[in-house]
Design a protein around this ligand. Structure first.
Ligand code: SAM
Ligand code: DTB
Ligand code: SF4
Length: 328
């Protein structure tokens, strides 16, 4: 890893981002990989494990989501999981090499009472020596501060897509609501995990516009999950045209160039991705994944399959303390 001065920009124009998407693939990958190498260990990948702590019956209408009560996806709704079950999952995640445990709830936003319960969970998971991340929907400023006080490491809240395409995907909350939550999380000095989903029928211009939104936030999110849509039967996006894998790799590369210090997560969608596509994503600058057989409700590659991929590519899981990029 070379320590070079990296200028972080927050003024990317759409024209500049479109030009990156349109660049010859080799030029784009070379630039992304060079930046990646300068700031990150190219062979270390941060590993997080996900757990759905409250599944289904969500009042929001996100067109991709199996947990929305607006669609019949055959998912069994579950109450908030008890603490002992959460700890069992956290222990298992740690034993398989995860450094972060991410808990997700199918809420529009948590009530203060629900947040009390989640706070207990965060404390207990932290006591196991794992980093913690939660994704609970919209947060007030005060709720974000409470999460900071208990020692939460990351809050995940995605922009999902471009402001222009957003209304085609979600009608029950608007883009500004998401930006407001991100501001509350940032003001509370929590690490921000924020990205989006591609392959929902959006245009390349929408992908560029999503990345522009992320890069032009006052601070780049520390973690940027790029999810490939998981097609779930019963959701309006079940039959969306799959996104070409080269275009997916381009999206990862552009994210790496715009946000050189951030961890770029090759997030949902790996179950249906070839190992060659994943290898290209790692080369293009992805350095974080979800590990374990399940995402929140949908399948993820088997642990043994990921171990074999890591072995074949010479990748290793990143430890808790070596994922902080160096700013010079
Ligand atoms: N309810 C909270 C919220 O929406 O902020 C937290 C949980 S929600 C399931 C977390 C994220 O999962 C969403 O923002 C979305 O980006 C991602 N997601 C949900 N369904 C997906 C799917 N079918 N494919 C890819 N990503 C998905
Ligand atoms: C994120 O960006 N992707 C994860 C995590 N943050 C919470 C969730 C992916 C969910 C995929 C659909 C499911 O398993 O329900
Ligand atoms: Fe609910 Fe989150 Fe799914 Fe939207 S993405 S329906 S808010 S669980």
């Amino acid at each position: 890893m070379t320590e070079i001065a990296t200028q972080l920009r927050h003024d990317w124009s759409l024209g500049e981002i479109n030009a990156l998407f349109d660049a010859p693939f080799n030029d784009l990958l070379f630039r992304a990989h060079t930046l990646h190498r300068a700031q990150h260990d190219p062979n270390a990948v941060q590993i997080s494990t996900l757990l759905s702590i409250k599944t289904g019956a969500c009042p929001e209408d996100c067109a991709y989501c199996p947990q929305s009560s607006h669609y019949d996806t055959g998912l069994d709704r579950e109450r908030l999981l008890p603490l002992n079950q959460i700890l069992e999952h956290a222990q298992a995640a740690k034993a398989t090499g995860a450094s972060r445990f991410c808990m997700g709830a199918a809420w529009r936003n948590p009530t203060d009472k629900q947040l009390d319960k989640v706070i207990e969970m965060i404390q207990a998971v932290k006591d196991q020596g794992l980093e913690t991340c939660v994704t609970l929907g919209m947060l007030s400023q005060q709720q974000a501060q409470r999460l900071k006080q208990v020692g939460l490491d990351y809050y995940n809240h995605n922009l999902d897509t471009s402001p222009e395409f957003y209304g085609d995907i979600i009608t029950t909350r608007d883009y500004q609501d998401r930006l407001d939550t991100l501001e509350h999380v940032r003001d509370a000095q929590l690490n921000v995990c924020c990205g989006g989903i591609v392959g929902m029928g959006e245009s390349q211009q929408d992908r560029a516009s999503l990345l522009q939104q992320l890069a032009n936030l006052p601070n780049h999110p520390e973690s940027v999950p790029i999810n490939m849509l998981v097609h779930v039967e019963g959701t309006p996006l079940f039959s969306a045209e799959p996104l070409d894998s080269i275009e997916f790799v381009r999206t990862i590369a552009v994210a790496r160039i715009l946000m050189p210090l951030s961890m770029v997560r090759l997030s949902a969608g790996r179950e249906n991705m070839s190992k060659e596509t994943q290898a290209l994503c790692f080369f293009a600058g992805a350095n974080s994944i979800f590990y374990g057989e399940k995402l929140l409700t949908t399948p993820n590659p088997e642990a043994a399959q990921d171990e074999a991929l890591f072995q074949q590519l010479g990748l290793r899981p990143m430890g808790n303390n070596d994922n902080v990029p160096v700013v010079v």
